[in-house]
Design a protein around this ligand. Structure first.
Ligand code: BG6
Ligand code: MG
Length: 213
């Protein structure tokens, strides 16, 4: 039986996917590197330096480690300028209800986020108290699509992976959930999410009864 739901943050609960995307686009234009929608889609769920490496695939020169760290920091500055102003309005529609309904159904609720800004966002949006266990990028060694982050969330919740459902908007995230031995619900209409067990257009369509009965 299902005992826990583990949510991704960016693009599932928080309206941040476009904020990340715009910050990367600004950096790309400053570097003169081409950036298209497919580039942005591939970055979803991937940690900060991994996302930068995707951006730099089309750069016309190589960047040393110290330059890459500085570029990642610059992007994070653009991103932080926006999320510092966030409040509960930036919760995606239905996100709070989806979490509350999961808790009301007697299930545990976890968060598995590749972002180092996860705690800040949870506080700003006023939902930090709704999670039984939070795992962010600072607590794991291997980024999504590796299963480590979802496995760590299950362990923190005190449940087995096969008793968990993961909810993700990123291809790397769905891969991570499935590799952890969990059922995956994909959010959004990207063709890159076709391998999930179930699909919903957005978190407002998440109905916990669908997975518990
Ligand atoms: C993921 C986002 O949740 O976090 C990615 O989907 C982002 O787009 C990654 O790059 C890392 O976020 P941060 O806040 O640590 O730069
Ligand atoms: Mg996401």
């Amino acid at each position: 039986p299902l005992k826990a739901v583990i949510f991704d943050l960016d693009g599932v609960i928080a309206d941040t996917a476009v904020v990340h995307d715009l910050a990367w686009r600004q950096l790309a234009s400053e570097l003169g590197v081409p950036f298209d929608n497919a580039t942005g889609e591939r970055m979803k769920g991937v940690d900060r330096l991994g996302s930068l490496d995707i951006l730099l695939e089309r750069a016309d020169r190589r960047y040393a480690e110290h330059e890459r760290l500085a570029l990642a920091e610059r992007k994070n500055g653009y991103y932080r300028e926006q999320i510092e102003r966030f409040g509960p309005e930036q919760l995606l529609p239905g996100a709070r209800d989806a979490i509350a309904a999961t808790r009301a159904a007697g299930l545990k609720v976890g968060l598995a986020s590749a972002s180092r800004n996860a705690s800040l966002l949870l506080e700003r949006m006023g939902i930090a108290d709704l999670f039984d266990h939070v795992v962010d990028a600072g607590r794991i060694a291997r980024s999504k699509p590796d299963p480590e982050i979802f496995l760590a969330a299950a362990r923190g919740l005190g449940v087995e992976p096969h008793e968990c459902l993961g909810v993700e908007d990123a291809a790397a995230g769905v891969d991570s959930i499935l590799a952890a031995g969990m059922a995956a619900v994909a959010v959004g209409d990207s063709p890159a999410l076709a391998h999930a067990d179930a699909r919903i257009p957005n978190v407002a369509a998440f109905d916990i009864k669908h997975y518990t009965t």
